[in-house]
Design a binder for this molecule. Sequence first.
Ligand code: KG4
Ligand code: ZN
Length: 349
Amino acid sequence: MRPVLGIESSCDETAAAVLDGDGRILADSVASQEAAHAPYGGVVPEIAARAHLALLPDLVRGVMVRAGVGFGDLGGVAASAGPGLIGGLIVGSQVAKGIALAHRLPYVAVNHLEAHALTARLPGLVAGGAPFPYLLLLVSGGHCQCVAVEGVGRHVRLGSTMDDAAGEAFDKVAKLLGLGWPGGPALEALAARGDAVRFAFPRPMLGRDGCDFSFSGLKTAVALEVARHGAGALPEALAADIAASFQRAVADVLADRAAHAMAMMRARAPAAHLLVVAGGVAANGAVRAALGAAAGRAGFTLVAPPVRLCTDNAVMVAWAGIERLRLGLTDGLDFAPRPRWPLERHSRT
Ligand code: KG4
Ligand code: ZN
């Protein structure tokens, strides 16, 4: 297959990548909009959409030049078409459709969650490529779910969060501790200096049947602890202990839920043996360690892609495009981006 261009614009990362037909990365670029949103403590959809519009044309031109590929040489164009913020999805989809139309190329509307799910099959991550079926734990700022990935367009959600996503919990607790946004990386850095067993924060859902998640009770417990110390900034050592204790609680919960999900996966597909993590929270060392241990106990192998492929990127979008193009799955230029697009509704046709 000829090279494929991928475009990602579903949240606050503007990204473009070109992969060759085998999935090797020819060029990859991610422009984070963090600085534009940081003053507001979260992603502002209108700012994100305008930034995608401003950044994407140069980003696309840049990856094409670095890949040494002309638009006419492409085998297809893939863009995240949902779920996500509709303004950004429209920008990325329109850029992709424009290129596809002008150069008579196949267009693929990629489900962003499927792109995270299929990342494990990129060449070089798992020897021979991760075979279906495998278990995906997607833990990002917007999503927290366990998915049985059974094939391209064949996904079964085994459990998901009943309230906050794991990354959202990190961001909210980071805010309580006076850290900037996004909070996950800053909280992890602070936690490295803290005592993870000083505070016995709750572990919501621990041991419960199934693999649903809940983080709001944990977040409230941290808020109450912070409030107990009065107004004003917390002493750094105390903040570090709270951060470390919170991070340990999240890691324990994720490991427990993943253990249940692995048992569910085994019951569905006895040969399944891979636990794949994706999403920004998968960058967290404590979370990775806890998941690795849980996988080992269950006879699974943890597949944790490099952090730049766990967080939002266009390599995964181009790769999902390649997987779909190989099966002859393309979309019409009338495909409307979908702010909500559950994985289960991603059919093969
Ligand atoms: O996948 P992602 O880049 O974007 C989406 O949400 O789609 O994930 C971002 C989330 C944020 O909530 C961020 O705080 C969290 O991932 N995150 C982390 C770490 N790095 C990013 N959480 C914990 N520890 C980290 N090192
Ligand atoms: Zn994502």
